[in-house]
Design a protein around this ligand. Structure first.
Ligand code: HOZ
Length: 429
């Protein structure tokens, strides 16, 4: 595969951008090699600056439910851009968006728009602290909630992949208020609550984790978490930045049947544009300025371009009754093909899938928590990644991420991926 232009751009990029990228996972550090610079995307595919074509399974890390650059989002954006790109003053579409989100996710009674998932999670914890008058919060090992200081303690995603789950630059003071529990282990939560009686403002969790590979929280565990929060006056926050509108119309909370007090969302609600949001119970959300005293603000929050693209995406999500069933059919097809490959090769690698989000771990043990996820052979994943790339399939350049399918993926794409999977594994095993 010729990647001469990507190599040139990467050298150039490193002169002006730390590590040559604007977000660490993109640098291919954990899989080795040169990151590919992407020129354009269309449907299920994207193309790099050397004219290589790839079936893309990261879809901008989840938001591209309908593939790259769908016509209806492009149209909405073009109509919006005619009227101006940013006002820093309220617009009508912000109300329509908020109303639509509350309709699709019943636990969300009010919502505040922000610009990224990181902003959403950090603001949700702040409002939980303001609401309860408490300072500490619990997060789970391997869950990633963006890069605000207090979340970078045993975090997943790039922080885990690059070996800095707890980042330098995070103060001891910040770290002290972050309590760490074990995913799918309710006893670890109870111990923290007992040891910090009446001091815990919030528990934040990815109910379907997507940043240590894909791991679903167990039904009993999540229900007990809800009960504990009710009993102890703790705000339960579901980080649905990846899963919201992705695993189901109502997100992971719909799939798992547990309602949080607050939810956070990310780029998917902007049709892939830079957006985030947090929302939930009115009583809590009304603590936010200017309704209440908890400060939170941003010029680009509710930006008209992002709202237009997002409103188009969410309207399609609302109206297309075939959307999730058809994604499920494709995801099952791919999963079945990959499992058959593994059987032919005599391997029993853990494969986790919820709807159109999935992950194959290079370990034969079932993966239901962080410790088991980290038993994965990440070196082997790196080799697998490059073999897939050579065969025209672009996966996440790190083991601890998810694979996303869109409506644009065709059966032909999936067949090509299944045979690339078989050939790649045959070469590296
Ligand atoms: N943290 C993102 C994956 N979970 C990666 C973001 C990016 O590089 O775009």
């Amino acid at each position: 595969m010729n990647i001469i232009n990507s190599e040139r751009l990467f050298l150039e990029a490193q002169k002006f951008i730390p590590g040559g990228v604007n977000s660490p996972v993109r640098a291919f550090k954990s899989v080795g090699g040169t990151p590919l610079f992407i020129k354009k995307g269309e449907g299920s595919k994207f193309y790099d600056v050397d004219q290589n074509e790839f079936i893309d399974y990261i879809g901008s890390w989840g938001p591209h439910l309908f593939g790259h650059n769908p016509e209806f989002i492009k149209t909405a954006l073009l109509e919006s851009i005619e009227k101006g790109v940013s006002f820093g003053a309220p617009t009508e579409i912000e109300i329509k968006m908020a109303e639509l989100i509350t309709e699709l996710v019943p636990s969300v009674e009010m919502v505040r728009m922000v610009n990224s998932g990181t902003e959403a999670t950090m603001s949700a914890v702040r409002v939980a602290r303001g609401y309860t008058g408490r300072e500490k919060f619990i997060k789970f090992e391997g869950c990633y909630h963006g890069h605000a200081d207090h979340f970078l303690i045993k975090a997943g995603s790039g922080a885990l992949t690059l070996g800095v789950p707890t980042s330098p630059g995070v103060t001891k003071g910040n770290a002290a208020d972050t309590l760490l529990a074990k995913f799918n282990d309710i006893e670890s939560v109870k111990e923290l609550i007992d040891a910090n009686k009446d001091e815990i403002a919030a528990i934040i969790i990815e109910p379907i984790a997507g940043n240590m590979g894909v791991i679903k929280s167990e039904d009993k565990f999540l229900k007990e978490l809800r009960t504990l929060c009710d009993k102890e006056g703790i705000v339960l926050i579901f980080d649905e930045v990846m899963t919201g509108f992705r695993v189901a119309r109502g997100g992971a909370q719909e799939v798992l049947g547990v309602k949080p007090d607050l939810s956070t969302f990310g780029k998917i609600i902007g049709g892939g544009l830079p957006v985030g949001a947090f929302g939930g119970k009115k009583e809590i959300m009304n603590q936010i300025a200017p309704a209440g005293p908890v400060y939170q603000a941003g010029t680009l929050s509710g930006n008209p371009l992002a709202m237009s693209a997002g409103y188009a995406a969410l309207t399609k999500i609302k109206e297309d009754s075939d959307l999730y069933p058809s994604l499920e059919v494709k995801a099952v097809y791919l999963e079945k093909g990959m499992k058959e490959n593994l059987a032919k090769l005599g391997k029993n690698y853990a494969m986790n899938r919820i709807g159109s989000m999935s992950c194959m771990f290079f370990t034969e043990n079932a993966v239901d928590n962080f410790d088991k996820a980290t038993q994965s052979d990440t070196e082997l994943y790196g080799k697998y990644f490059h073999e897939m790339l050579k065969r025209g399939v672009y996966l996440a350049p790190a083991q601890y991420e998810a694979m996303f399918i869109s409506t644009a993926h065709t059966i032909e794409d999936l067949d090509k991926t299944i045979s690339a999977h078989y050939e790649s594994l045959k070469v590296i095993l």
